[in-house]
Design a protein around this ligand. Sequence first.
Ligand SMILES: [Zn+2]
Length: 836
Amino acid sequence: MFSKLHLLGALALSLTCLAQTELIRDFKGGLAKLPQEKLSTEVFDQKSPALKLDSSGVKSGQFVGHTFYVYQEAAQALRGKTIEFRIKTKHVAGNAALGGTFRVATSPGNELRVTRSFSLNTPVGDQFQEQSATFTVPNLDNIAHVNVQFGFRQQGEEQNLWIIDEPQFRYAENSSSVQLPTDILGLSALLDKEPLVLVEDGKVKFSIVIPAAADPIAKLAAEELQLHCQLAVGTEIPIRQEADGQEISGPAIHVGGTMLAQKFALQPVNLPPESWLIARNGENIILTGGDTPGATYNQATSTRGVATGTLYAVYEFLERTFGVRWYWPGKYGTVVPPAANVKVTRLLQTGTPSYSTRGFLYSIPRDPEISTAEFTRWYRRNRVGSAHGNPLANHSFNAWPKKFGASHPEYFALQVDGRRKTDEVAGGHVCLSNPEVLKETIREKLEYFEKNPGAGFASVMPGDSFGLYRCICEDCQKPLQPERAPAGTASNLVWGFVNKVALGVAEKMPDRYITCCAYGDYRQRPDFPLASNVAVTLCYSAQPRSDQISKNKWRAMLDEWRQTGAALYIWEYWNNSRYSRGVYGAPAVFPRHLQEFMRLDQGQVRGRAMELSNIDGDGVSFSYWTDWIYDALNVYVVSHLMNDINCDVEKLLDEYYPAFYGPAAVPMRQFHDELELAWTRGNYSDGWNWETCWVKTYPPEFVDRMMALLRQSVELCAGQEPYLKRAQKTLAGYLPFERNSFLFREKKSQTNAPKITVPQGTAKPLLDGRPDEEAWQKAAVIGNFCDSYNIYEQKAGTEMRFLVAEGTLFVAVSATIPPERNEIKWADDLGERDSL
Ligand SMILES: [Zn+2]
């Protein structure tokens, strides 16, 4: 059964390769005109002859191959277009790998202008396999020919024999597999020997150019460039828009698909999503990148859903050339060094984010000095976002009880009492072996993708109960593996269903993913491979520490899931270390640890999202990011790591302290470094609790010394804005650290272990949730509870009643809602997390 599923997955995948894009030229007819010794008339795909690439009689080092040409008008028509060389290959003998080179030459002089090489897979088996390579033809005048030189290089004596058939040029269906065409720019950049002056003695020497048909991304990118350059130089910089067909000559910074960018086939639609490019060409600088066509201004400024490579090119340029940094949101957070003289020499930089999804949850705090828009813009400037929507999974059947509870009770999980789970408690439990449920789920997901063309992912995940409400029908029981309890009992059942939905969706929409969390009793991998369009959200809840226990745990989870072949994403909980067992207000996430942790999954995890702390220093939970000052530097560093996993974190930190805190750079650096060192040296064998935290890791004298460094920083910044404001906000942000340390040093933890005697009642009380009837009057009542440390003030009262009647112990609990909670949520209403 499992190998069959796998085959279906492979079939779905190959359907994407067979897309019938527009044909440019079919070379099959021309093959017959070749000399007989180059042809194979016995072995061919559909029609004889095929082309034979045979090394018999060829000397070592010689190229065995053929060149496929498109000439003159036909070649000129390809300028600026992305084309595909498609071919069927059959491997007969030898070890030589097939490959080729796209080449473009212009007249007069048949001058070779651009080359781009590629290599192909050596297929397993003896069947013909369709393969392809793509290339964007630069927007040059007088193209004489575009060709592909294709074949292999003979090495040694061994015979190599390939049969190739059905060679074609087609227009590429999409540009996502196209590489950044930097070669021609790179070559022309060699000519730029003189520096290009952008700012001289405080005078601006350039304008900003946007294309005639500038879209919202290009406009936003140009505005951001203008704003920050003006802050750096202090004078206004014009944005000029090209008129149709009229190039604007430099010195200029071109943003997006200007006519100059088009000359090099660098318009945003040609580039891979979210990739970016900075290049100098003579008097001009080109800033462009892969953008989602048709994106709105609101989408471009938000952090989710559209590719904004052009915007990233501008941010990279501002960081690299003007030294701009976005350490905090809002006006206090941006660092723009004054720029009296700015010049560049050669400039050719490109990049694509290391993780395709870069996100944070509970990412917007309430800070009266900083607006939500400023926070969102801060994430955007640090290139937080994704091009294809949200890959994180969540319980997906929550709406089904309302939708199908009455009409199709058989869709729902069979319970031990013989009823179907058609109610909404714990959010939608269905019978995963009912074929109609599968069909309806596939239909629902296809409908969702049709309505949301930008969405790359849809969740398929059972309700939240850790197996409690799982269907007990015979077919749902069969795949269960009790021997893998607790984390793998239902892995084959749940992932088998997810896989079938993914395959069903792939038949119609092969590029959309079905996503589910590795969670509850399906946290472990299934016994079978998963379709290539299954995405797995790995929930990692330990503190991101770099100690060996945490590292091994994360490594084991990755190694296990990598074997499924699914696309892996991580949901990482930064918040957990902020609220377990009396550690409110304690710093527990640090830049170097994060880098260590991310190195473990480098190249294996496609995206990551960090859940920031929504619990404040008093242990009160909110629906927003609390105490954001603690993690602002972590967010900044991780944003840079997510964009470039190899970025130099030490360099980021070296820049940070003097640039951000000016006169307080030294004590601020000491504060952060000592905290991180104390955390690193901590012994967590007893877990992360109040004692580990406030006695061992951050003892009172340490906390006092750290807070003194912050107070000293404020003094050093006196009268110097914006440093003073930053130092003051930092000090205020860490006050919970000091406050909680004092709680534990003054009161010390006490355990509260009351003894009660339970009276005999005369009658059994009714179990109706109301402890107010006659029978309960005789019960023992206890209240005035404290938490397990007897430290924090209790926000909500709890009373318990105990009663023995007719040989049975009855317990009633009355709990009040904390005053800051104006509503109570039960599990069946909850979308993202369960809380009370
Ligand atoms: Zn069932």
